[in-house]
Design a protein around this ligand. Structure first.
Ligand SMILES: Nc1ncnc2c1ncn2[C@@H]1O[C@H](COP(=O)(O)OP(=O)(O)OP(=O)(O)O)[C@@H](O)[C@H]1O
Ligand SMILES: [Mg+2]
Length: 241
């Protein structure tokens, strides 16, 4: 289950300041794209316009054949800060996200447990966020995004708060989930190595207002130092926000 994501001439401004100007981006169904760029260049704004949190001033965003107007269960979102309800268990957090699908209680429970098992957290289902490590909490957030069986998965620096080892494990888990589900993935990061480790394609965003400065296919197999150097040159030529 996956859907093409298309941004056409998308412009966004905040209070008269242009953040994105006529941005075009085409994410084929089932593709895994990393959106890389310095702080403040508009990465979260791009992701938000696909998620439906940000309404562009101009242009179009479509998933499949449907224009994006508001957030919906066809697009799962994971943020750096897991934003779990502290008073609900891991299962309760995932079930809550399924409420808007109008599923009966038993089905919500079944799907929540299946999604938690899929991210390797079957054992932690009845624990509260405070009883879980950062990596486990991020697994809950990932399960919550996956449980609704979205066509598109949008991740905004989801592993930025994790230690290196946990982060590497979460990257492997995400790759595995993507390979299994075939969901279209847009992954925002400012870490070039994370982008290259995960994605099939790296899009570099930068400038004021933000635009696509570079767009590279990432070959399968071991990391390519020449590609890394090329992308690093694009990135380091940019002012940081
Ligand atoms: N709701 C808002 N109101 C006003 N300005 C905003 C708002 N959201 C973002 N901006 C501004 O738009 C620009 C792009 O922000 P955005 O969050 O998309 O960048 P980013 O690339 O995700 O940065 P970071 O890597 O720090 O998360 C920034 O200059 C930011 O200050
Ligand atoms: Mg951001």
């Amino acid at each position: 289950m996956s859907q093409r994501v298309l941004l056409e001439e998308v412009s966004v401004g905040y209070g008269g300041t242009s953040v994105l100007d006529s941005l075009d981006l085409d994410l084929p169904a089932g593709s895994f794209t990393a959106l890389l760029g310095p702080s403040g260049c508009g990465k979260s704004t791009v992701l938000g316009s696909v998620a439906g949190f940000v309404v562009p001033d101009g242009g179009r965003v479509t998933t499949g054949s449907a224009p994006v107007r508001e957030p919906g269960p066809d697009r799962g979102v994971v943020f750096q800060h897991y934003a779990l309800f502290p008073w609900r268990t891991a299962r309760g957090n995932v079930e809550f996200a399924l409420k808007r699908l109008g599923l009966p209680r038993g089905e919500r429970r079944r799907r929540a447990l299946a999604a938690l098992a899929e991210v390797g957290l079957a054992q932690g289902a009845e624990k509260y966020p405070a009883q879980l490590s950062g990596g486990m909490q991020q697994r809950v957030a990932l399960a919550r995004a996956l449980a609704a069986e979205p066509e598109v998965l949008l991740l905004d620096e989801p592993f930025g708060a994790l230690d290196t080892l946990t982060r590497t494990r979460m990257q492997a888990l995400l790759r595995e989930l993507w390979q299994r589900r075939g969901t279209t993935v847009l992954f925002v990061t400012h870490d070039i190595d994370e982008a290259l480790a995960l994605a099939q394609r790296v899009v570099v965003l930068g400038g004021t207002p933000g635009r696509v400065l570079a767009d590279h296919a990432v070959p399968e197999g071991p990391p390519d130092p020449d590609l890394r150097a090329l992308i690093a040159r694009h990135l380091h030529s940019l002012p940081t926000g």
